[in-house]
Design a protein around this ligand. Sequence first.
Ligand SMILES: Cc1ncc(C[n+]2csc(CCOP(=O)(O)OP(=O)(O)O)c2C)c(N)n1
Length: 349
Amino acid sequence: MPESIARGEPEASPRIEYELQLYYWMKLIRAFEDRVSRLHRQNKIVGGVYSGAGQEAIVTGICAPLRDGDFVAPLHRDMGVFIMRGVEPGRLMAQLMGKETGLSRGKDSFLHGGDMAHFVFGSTSMLGSSLPVAVGAALKFKMKRDPNIAVAFFGEGASSRGDVHEAMNFAGVHKLPVLFVCENNRYAYSTPLEKQMAIEDVADRAEAYGFKGHVCSGNDLLAVLEVTERVVDKVRAGEGPALIECKTYRYRGHSEHDAALYRDKEELIEWESRDPIPRFEFYLEKKGHDIKRIREQIDGKTHQVVQEAVDYAERSPLPDAKEVLEDLYAPPPAPVTPSSNSNSNNGAR
Ligand SMILES: Cc1ncc(C[n+]2csc(CCOP(=O)(O)OP(=O)(O)O)c2C)c(N)n1
């Protein structure tokens, strides 16, 4: 979309075009998630809805510098990762509505619905268990000398789980190309940060596993982008894993059924005043853009994209009951014959 905005600005440089694209992505993710929250109230969504509203700068700033073929394991709050990695918004919406055209053909809610065509692993119910999977992908990249990297998102709540530590330890020992991203939004469901961990920064844990931890404001797109661009280059160059902790806040409850009464209203207002979208608009305006015009154009476009996604999902059929047992298991591997086995280590696996 921003290419067309830039057409009215003949002097636009690739960097300006890129920044407008980032703005578009943040706005699209917010519009998509807000619509999903409304659809949930209309009883049109299957399963829980975990809105990432307020955390768009993290998903955008982390995913923008990635390349095709990089493996990403999002957390349950990261619908934006799918959008950023090129999954069609209509298919994502169909997944949320449990339709045949969704990522898992109507067999799941948003949780577990990955899209390996775009190298996006579905978020797992079991908190933190996607990190060892991302580390496995990174191990494969290293063994095959593939220049891709793996990215694993997790919350500060998940960081208290054993899987997370095992994954980081293994990645540190083997210097794997994996970026760990902690979206620290201060609450794990109703558990506040200080009841979750005895230290201030999750990033401090990285050092114990032999790599660097970085802290940035997750509500400042430019801050997330700056540290990600720098760190991703090093991870890709074979310098081993890294951890980026983004300090942020979620606006809505843990999920749509949670009124979040355990939070102080003042605290929410304070964080809303640090919203990543107006913050980036301020930056664009100071750089000389006509932000009112850009906002209008982008709002029009994001509304259209989201509406088309909803229309597509609503028009799509529910899955046929006959398919209920399809796609549950990977096809069995081809049988190993003595001749195809001749190079193996006495058949040992
Ligand atoms: C192992 C495990 N324990 C508990 C839960 C229940 N649960 C689901 S989400 C959540 C809070 C997660 O907090 P955090 O990891 O900080 O991510 P956030 O939801 O804040 O983005 C909890 C406790 C779970 N799904 N898995």
